[in-house]
Design a protein around this ligand. Structure first.
Ligand code: PGA
Length: 252
């Protein structure tokens, strides 16, 4: 399975910054096809980033969306609008959305359905907090999040899962440690087992499960070599074209 290396720029970069990073990355990526590459910039840069990516292997995604198509939802953006702005992917349920914007599994399930309805490929983010891990609740949390967010979702072949242990997400602090490759692999394997239960073995095998949380050039290779880690969702280390490119190269 070809790996997917996705950049989550969060609330970073003006339009000009986004364009210059993409320009730099395009030069670095010339002659490189080892992984699928995705960038999720802030909404304001989607259109410009999309045009800059044209003709390259870089794909465009959004960081969030609302489940309604249109209406009185001040400040929100719909799947229809994202599709029309050339997005192929959309992140759903990032832990920062869950924590700071109170998005719960039921609400995220509506977004999953709306994304798929409009032909977007959702990347569903799941993961446990430090407190949940310390209480040995990791598997329960992952199972609950998967079952609720994927409720009545049939097109699993269009879905990507991102396992992002909340305690490993850097939030700009470069000293944060990722999960060990064995802990990450165990979680990914567990996620695949749950997918087998909801769908079937053949379908579950084809779902890309990305790891996210302090992935950087120094640790990407060992994580990406694990059998059930099919790519990465990269925050901080994706802001620089050079370090993001180093991670992409580790995905051979
Ligand atoms: P990080 O963020 O790579 O900075 O830890 C990952 C994410 O939140 O998606």
């Amino acid at each position: 399975m070809k790996k997917l290396i996705a950049a989550n720029w969060k609330m970073n970069k003006t339009v000009d910054d986004a364009i210059s990073t993409i320009k730099e990355l395009k030069v670095l990526l010339k002659d490189h096809q080892e992984a699928d590459v995705l960038i999720c910039p802030p909404y304001t840069s989607l259109m410009a980033a999309g045009s800059e990516m044209k003709g390259s292997i870089i794909k465009l995604g959004a960081q969030n969306m609302h489940h309604e198509e249109s209406g009185a939802f001040t400040g929100e953006i719909s799947a229809l609008m994202l599709k029309n702005a050339s997005c192929e992917y959309v992140l759903i349920g990032h832990s920062e959305r869950r924590e700071f914007f109170n998005e719960d599994n039921e609400f995220l399930n509506k977004k999953m359905h709306a994304a798929l309805k409009h032909g977007l490929k959702p990347i569903l983010c799941i993961g446990e907090t430090l407190d949940q891990r310390q209480k040995n609740e990791t598997e329960d949390v992952l199972e609950t999040q998967l079952l609720a967010c994927l409720r009545d979702v049939t097109e699993i072949e269009k879905v990507t899962i991102a396992y992002e242990p909340v305690w490993a997400i850097s939030r700009g602090n470069t000293n944060t440690k990722p999960a060990t490759k064995n802990d990450a692999e165990a979680a990914h394997l567990f996620i695949r087992e749950i997918l087998k239960g909801i769908y079937d073995e053949a379908k579950a095998k084809k779902v890309r499960i990305l790891y996210g949380g302090s992935m950087k050039p120094e640790n990407a290779k060992e994580l990406l070599e694990m059998p059930n880690i099919n790519g990465g969702l990269v925050g901080n280390a994706s802001l620089s074209a050079k370090s993001f490119f180093e991670i992409i190269k580790s995905a051979r």
